[in-house]
Design a protein around this ligand. Structure first.
Ligand code: N01
Length: 540
């Protein structure tokens, strides 16, 4: 359905869902199967959430395709990803396939932005407006806005006056941008920046990379499958799907179950070499289980990573900027990316690396970026500057709780939720892959299903028992917030400026925004709450 096809009188729903990415679509399918009236409201013109918006050159997922999809056998039997790490184009095709198989579109309003929602205490329902007009009255409201739906553009003097082409990676024009033969600047070297640089380096006449913090990128080891490999790979799918819920990352790879401090340096090295060769996130997520706790283990992992990277960079000065002798932060507490040939591209003669730590940007003119040490002429400026992560998709919308406050107001100094599922004063409203849940620390489709199941079960429980209102208790959400804080401070996470802890956005409160205690533990805590009659929530 399109926005134009929306009815003028608000529709009555059991559940309204915000967002048509992995989480929102799973909610739609499962809640509809319970016989509920469900609709999805999606601001974009197609399904796929982040994969609608992120169509910049090189955009691809860095989770292996076997677990970057739904576990429904009727889907994976008939679908094949051709790459271990598919591009955004393949993922879009996957969403079209899912749409057909699950008959989703008839219950989705595309190009339809939820602009306002308020809870009516008499009817115990959410009144939801889209594009300024009341569109739905829903008993339950499930927000599936993802962790990266609100792009962040830094406030750099003169940026708006740049006269060349300038786009944020997550607002890349769907029709593409001509980059062949252009002088391209890339601001930011997170996952998006690394992917853009790998592609643009091949076609631009010159690329200037503006790096503030080096990315501790890991070798992706991309693989293109033939039919036989796909067939063999699929044989492992059920076991791999099963494993997702049993690991700290929601991936099908587990940690070593031993501490780096308990083994010899030689044994550590052997483990590192093996993980490195296997590639992907293994060096991060399948490493020693004290990687993010022990300074000693972490430092040895950093040193290993540093030496591997430096061996690939020809210019020693550049190598020091990309992989400094002394780490700027512990390894893995700021998200690493996966790279294919990032460091080889950096060796090319058409690439310049500007270290913003030593020469910060002063301003931007209509045709240049000016740092304290130089001025760089550009035709195109790519803003790979990240997101107001995890909370941004919710604080951007005027959703008002029972005390009249929005999420932006309520969370101005501290985000509080219970289990990352719901927040006090916002009855009958759930988050999937939202604040204080596994977001950012766990695989998205895994969370869409396994965290999502908790929400579905809770709604089913409410309906079955003729309950009309569920709300997180204030003391429970205080305890949950304290619990996250304790885990955060026990780890090395506080030692990095990262979107994990809000530090990437000026003025954003510093706190850990995702659950840092591991996905499998998180699921157990949530299941335990449900078993005890949704402990921490008031049901009435
Ligand atoms: O954003 P980021 P991203 N001046 O926040 C720099 C997922 N993702 O879009 O590190 C100069 O990581 C900033 O510098 P610093 C994935 O989970 C997945 O790349 O703050 N530089 C950093 O280098 C990822 O983690 C895929 O010092 C400034 C960059 O901009 C998450 O999305 C692909 C600056 C922002 O990096 C976010 O990744 C893409 C300033 N004022 C994204 N402000 C997959 O493959 C910011 N920067 C699935």
């Amino acid at each position: 359905m399109t926005g134009q096809e929306q009815r003028r009188t608000p529709i009555e729903l059991d559940v309204a869902i915000m967002g048509a990415g992995f989480s929102g679509l799973y909610q739609l399918k499962m809640l509809r199967e319970l016989g509920l009236r469900v609709k999805v409201f999606e601001a974009a013109g197609s399904l796929g959430g982040t994969w609608h918006w992120n169509c910049y050159p090189g955009a691809r997922v860095d989770t292996p395709s076997n677990i970057y999809q739904y576990s429904d056998e009727s889907l994976w039997r008939d679908w094949k990803f051709l790459d271990l790490y598919p591009s955004y184009k393949e993922i879009r095709e996957y969403f079209e396939f899912v749409d057909k198989k699950w008959s989703l579109s008839k219950d989705i309003y595309l190009n339809t932005k939820i602009t306002h929602a308020e809870f009516n205490q008499e009817s115990n329902a959410w009144i939801i407006s889209t594009d300024g007009t009341p569109a739905a009255i829903a008993r339950f409201f499930v927000t599936c806005t993802g962790f990266a739906s609100r792009p962040y553009i830094p406030n750099i003097p003169g940026l708006q006056d740049f006269k060349g082409k300038m786009h944020h990676t997550a607002r890349w024009p769907q029709e593409g941008v001509k980059l062949e033969g252009k002088r391209v600047g890339v601001l930011g070297t997170g996952a998006s920046g690394v992917q853009v640089i790998q592609e643009v380096g091949k076609i631009a006449s010159h690329v200037t990379i503006f790096q503030r913090t080096p990315n501790t990128a890991l070798p992706m080891r991309q693989k293109h499958f033939d039919d036989e490999e796909v067939r063999k790979f699929k044989e492992e799918f059920p076991a791999r799907f099963e494993l997702r819920g049993q690991t700290p990352s929601g991936f099908d790879m587990d940690v070593q179950h031993k501490r780096g401090t308990d083994v010899t340096e030689e044994e550590r090295r052997q483990v590192y070499e093996k993980l490195w060769e296997l590639g992907g996130f293994r060096f991060w997520l399948a490493n020693f289980d004290d990687l993010i706790e022990s300074e000693e283990t972490n430092r040895s992992a950093y040193t290993f990573w540093r030496d591997k990277v430096r061996a690939r960079v020809a210019d020693p000065k550049m190598a020091e900027i990309l992989a400094p002798t002394e780490p700027l932060h512990p390894f893995g507490v700021k998200r690493p990316s996966l790279e294919q040939n990032f460091y080889e591209v950096l060796n090319q003669p058409n690439i310049a690396l500007v270290d913003l730590k030593t020469s910060p940007i002063k301003w931007v003119t209509p045709s240049t970026v000016v740092t304290t040490e130089g001025e760089y002429e550009l035709d195109v400026l790519v803003l790979a500057t990240g997101f107001d992560s995890i909370t941004g998709g919710l604080t951007a919308v005027d959703i008002r709780g029972t005390d009249g406050q929005t999420f932006a107001e309520k969370w101005a100094s501290c985000v509080r939720t219970h289990l990352g599922m719901a927040s006090t004063c916002f009855p009958n409203l759930f988050f999937v892959f939202g604040p204080q849940g596994p977001s950012g620390f766990a695989n998205g489709p895994t969370c869409a299903e396994l965290q999502g199941n908790w929400v579905i079960d809770c709604i089913a429980f409410m309906v079955k028992n003729n309950l009309t209102r569920v709300e997180a208790k204030a003391d429970a959400q205080d305890r949950w917030t304290d619990h996250l804080d304790v885990l955060f401070h026990k780890s090395l996470f506080p030692q990095a400026e990262s979107w994990y802890n809000g530090a990437n956005i000026p003025g954003k409160p510093r706190q850990i925004l995702g659950y840092p205690g591991g996905f499998s533990s998180y699921l157990e805590i949530c299941a335990d709450s449900a078993r005890r009659g949704y402990d921490g929530f008031t049901l009435s």
